[in-house]
Design a binder for this molecule. Sequence first.
Ligand code: F6R
Length: 369
Amino acid sequence: EKGGWSSFMVKEITEQPEAVAKTLLGRAVDGEVHLQELEAIGADALKDVERIVIVGAGTANYSGLLAKYAIEAWTRIPVEVELSHEFRYRDPILTPNTLVVSISQSGETMDTLMAVKYASENGARTLSICNTQGATIPRESDAVVYTHAGPEVAVASTKAFVAQVVALYLLGLHLATVRGSMSAAAIADVVEDLQQLPEQMETVLKQHETITQLAGWMADTRSVLFLGRHVGFPVALEGALKLKEIAYIHAEGFAAGELKHGPIALIEPGVPVFVVVPSPRDPDSLHKKVVSNIQEIRARGARVLVIAEQGDAAVLPYADVVIPVPLASKFMEPLLAVIPLQIFALELASAKGLDVDQPRNLAKSVTVE
Ligand code: F6R
């Protein structure tokens, strides 16, 4: 079933444009977003939602962390993101106007299932974002929005992650529509951005060979750091998780603004640091701040590997390697920036001769607590 690919993971990374296109299909049409699946909750109930709590584990948790930025911006509904295994042990505050959104590729993760059951039993409404038709978590939820990434076989999640983020974006746009928190024109703009993603992802995938070489040079690396800011922060976390999982390398993701509050002490000559740089067109000037973080770590001898927008000249003097991604809007950038990090983990693990599809100690679906 690998169809000529050397691993399921490389196949699934390559299938990401299709995973996004299929998840959008029939849901984002003519500049509008309609998720019929949400009728099971009802338009009135959706209008009354006062708070969204997203629960998931591992990569699913990171897709929630990422989508939080967009859903809050578009709906102005407060969004919390919580690890599903922490959720029910702290007596969370739940009301009928709390929408608990669970995210799970397999739909069978015990920790996430228990969080959904807890949320239902305590009066919240529950929505599942799931990639596996008919799985247990969607069956236990009031409504389900399926991601259509296709079966994901490799233990490390890749295409399911991007499809989860897209599904959460659609949820945000649907809520913005029923609540009137965004103009029709603004929604149509985001729909257009989403529809451009598959092609932009193809452009990023073309850099596979360059990243393979980079990974090959780094086969002896003991530790890698990842920095990002705003939507780049969850991407940094995800890049680090991929590397831990399949290449067994110590890796940590940080919010770039946190550097001087501790992590900068880890920077010593030769330490590889991936930095996800926001677009220089960013009106909040986060770009400038991240570039100054790059200068700080570079001055301490870090080996700086930058993921930046095509044509971003400001990073060039300080980067050892630049991996360019196409121009995209703020909330789409992270879905492009994550791809080089997935490829890097895959190729570093391959360079070490490891089985990328079945890393040690891990199962594709964690059905025990
Ligand atoms: C990461 C990974 C895990 C899963 C997590 C949740 O690559 O595979 O972190 O994301 O175990 O699994 P699901 O989404 O099936 O609930």
